[in-house]
Design a protein around this ligand. Structure first.
Ligand code: PRP
Ligand code: URA
Length: 237
């Protein structure tokens, strides 16, 4: 984890030290920001955050929380008429109009992508690898399998943690190059600092959050948060 990171010369690297941060109250009413108020979500979040929750259970909870987020984030998707016959009579049903894309930000976004697939099996998964440098907190792209042929009504960038907002902003910048009609961002925990930055940089997207936390610590981790979401999913401590 980044708490032990040092710059060359052995000095501790504290990239967020002294940087002013907005409060929770200052960001809860931002336009197009949706923060879950579902009691089942709150219940599962407590188990997820608990430091005694081990990787197999943690990964299962990420998928359960991801499924709840997928329901919330797909509430306003467009439908089109779908004529069918039931065993009893013809009827005009409805089906989703246009494809749905999900971009997990590797690697911690992989569990959420599984959750979206369970809710909507025929999504397209567009993988994007971004890794933030623990000294500067800048996100760096290292993997990109975004197709050039776009036939989507919406794409969701998904990542458990919105900390400084750098990874989320870069992911949306990259998705915007594909001219997808509608983009959204989905995360499990957001810090007010990153949420404000993402909302101000990309005011045209919807942002779905399971929980809004207090702040970032000096090394850019969310407090109270859950620690390192990638390490806790994949057991790489
Ligand atoms: C974590 C997390 C986000 C990013 C958030 O990933 O999953 O992608 O940090 O931080 P930010 O808002 O300050 O950009 P990390 O870069 O640690 O990679 P990992 O998923 O491989 O662990
Ligand atoms: N990435 C994580 O995994 N956790 C944090 O708290 C911040 C960034």
């Amino acid at each position: 984890m980044a708490e032990t990171s040092t710059q060359s010369g052995g000095r501790p690297s504290l990239p967020m030290a002294g940087i002013p941060q907005p409060t929770r109250e200052e960001v809860t009413k931002l336009p197009r920001v949706h923060i879950s108020s579902h009691p089942v979500m709150a219940h599962k979040m407590t188990a997820l955050r608990d430091k005694n929750t081990q990787p197999p259970e943690f990964y299962r909870l990420v998928k359960e929380i991801g499924a709840l987020l997928a329901y919330e984030a797909t509430l306003s998707l467009a439908l089109e008429p779908a004529p069918i016959e039931t065993p009893m009579a013809p009827m005009v049903g409805q089906r989703l109009a246009g494809g749905i894309g999900v971009t997990p930000i590797l690697r911690a976004g992989l569990g959420l992508a599984e959750a979206f697939r369970e809710v909507i099996p025929d999504i397209q998964v567009w993988h994007l690898g971004l890794r933030r440098d623990e000294h500067t907190l800048q996100a760096m792209e290292y993997y990109n399998r975004l197709p050039h042929k776009v036939d989507l009504q919406v794409a969701y960038a998904i990542d458990p943690m919105l900390a400084t907002g750098g990874s989320a902003i870069d992911a949306i910048n990259i998705l915007k190059l594909r001219n997808i009609p509608r983009l959204s961002y989905v995360c499990i925990i957001a810090a007010p600092y990153g949420l404000l930055k993402l909302s101000q940089t990309h005011p045209d997207i919807d942002i779905y959050v399971a929980a809004l936390d207090e702040s970032l610590n000096d090394v850019g981790y969310i407090v109270p948060g859950l620690g390192d979401a990638g390490d806790r999913q994949f057991g790489t401590f």
